[in-house]
Write a protein that binds this ligand. Structure first.
Ligand code: CAA
Length: 276
């Protein structure tokens, strides 16, 4: 693949969008490769994924404006569907995905981060949906996911004004869960960049998720995602089924067995969950 790299670090997969010369803008090839990599993730061996962008400046600066500039109405709709299909695949991947947002997350970049379960960012991150300034609407789910993630009023303000926001404001409105800065020594020298701290934190969080019972984590993701699409009466039925599905698994037996063990050491120790 030319624009996507995938690395497996234990139970954690790291997907990097790697087109730094164009600030990792999403053209058709990047979308195709992303689609392919999502199909090849071994969900038996992978319990959490980190998604990030190559280079120091940008996570993803949006859909490729050059490619979009000559599209007809029908081609525009098809391009929107292409992005939406890939992002929906990412969103419904059985395992949690953490977006590690380093730098620009504009248009399709903000949208892909919103298709992930959790967003963390470095302090140079810039989020925004600048599409109306380009004469289009957000086209890879931005009108839908931003309104669901923050609030309809805030989403409308950001989308109608096309105003970009910095990391601290993204944190304030709940678009990201945490912001990472560089670490300095006493003399003020940088010992770890914001991006290094961000990636380390994202991988640590992913490893923490991976240490929990994988069937339970997956069922939590499905329960939250599916439940949010429906009313509360149906949503709790979704939860009941996924709750029930955890029973009789090795993980449930071991996890509860551990708790019931009289030995305090064992009780607190996380068992090596089996995924069965
Ligand atoms: N599409 C295509 N190429 C892009 C791009 C994009 N979205 N964003 C950046 N690039 C390219 C630039 O054309 C430039 O390429 P060249 O070196 O070949 O000229 C390279 O990346 C570096 O960009 P800049 O020189 O512009 O870098 P900068 O630091 O001056 O500015 C920026 C950075 C503010 C992010 C600016 O590049 C920018 O505004 N990019 C566009 C952001 C945008 O509008 N994104 C939304 C796209 S629409 C969309 O995503 C629709 C949708 O919902 C599906």
């Amino acid at each position: 693949m030319e624009f996507i790299t995938y690395e497996q670090e234990g139970f954690v997969g790291v997907i990097t969008i790697n087109r730094p010369k164009a600030l990792n803008a999403l053209n058709s090839q990047v979308l195709d490769e992303l689609n392919e990599v999502l199909d090849t993730v071994d969900v038996g061996k992978t319990r959490a994924i980190v998604l990030t962008g190559a280079g120091e400046k940008s996570f993803v600066a949006g859909a490729d404006i050059g490619e979009m500039s000559t599209l007809t109405k029908a081609e525009g709709e098809a391009f929107g569907k292409k992005g939406n299909d890939v992002f929906r695949k990412l969103e419904t991947l059985p395992v949690p995905v953490i977006a590690a947002v380093n730098g620009f997350a504009l248009g399709g970049g903000c949208e892909i981060s919103m298709s992930c379960d959790i967003r963390l960012c470095s302090d140079n991150a810039i989020f925004g949906q600048p599409e109306v300034g380009l004469g289009i609407t957000p086209g890879f789910g931005g009108t839908q996911r931003l309104a669901r993630l923050v609030s309809p009023g805030m989403a409308k303000q950001l989308i109608y004004t096309a105003r970009n926001i910095k990391a601290d404001e993204a944190y304030r409105i709940g678009l990201v869960n945490a912001v990472y800065s560089a670490t300095l020594d006493e003399a003020g020298n940088v010992t770890a960049t914001a991006q290094e701290n961000l990636l380390a934190a994202a991988k640590k969080m992913a490893a923490g998720i991976a240490a929990n019972a994988p069937i339970a984590v997956r069922n939590c993701k499905k329960a939250i995602n599916d439940g949010l699409q429906t009313d509360i009466d149906q949503a709790i039925v979704i939860e009941e089924k996924l709750f029930g599905d955890c029973f009789e698994t090795e993980d449930q037996r071991a996890g509860m067995g551990n708790f019931l063990e009289k030995d305090k050491e064992k009780k607190l120790k996380v068992v090596p969950f089996k995924n069965k």
